[in-house]
Design a protein around this ligand. Structure first.
Ligand SMILES: [Zn+2]
Length: 80
């Protein structure tokens, strides 16, 4: 998954902010949100992985979201 300006979060104490591009299709929004939630989860739980493995774990979350949607677009998102 390509990182964009909107694919960011920041920790402020125990509060996190997730910024997601406005206007995404619902399934893509869900996938991006799942991805970012896993980043937050890793951060809150001090779950240390290499950057590559941390990103891979987050991509797994979005993969599962897209896998549950039978649309062609969701399948496209899963292979892109
Ligand atoms: Zn990420």
């Amino acid at each position: 998954m390509t990182q964009t300006l909107f694919d960011k979060y920041k920790k402020t104490g125990q509060r996190h902010q997730i910024f997601i591009l406005y206007g995404l299709p619902k399934i893509e929004f869900a996938g991006v949100l799942a991805h970012e939630f896993i980043h937050v989860w890793q951060n809150e739980n001090n779950f240390k992985l290499s950057p590559m493995h941390a990103e891979g774990l987050c991509n797994l979350a979005s993969y599962w979201i897209y896998l549950e949607d039978s649309s062609d677009f969701a399948q496209y998102l899963n292979i892109s």
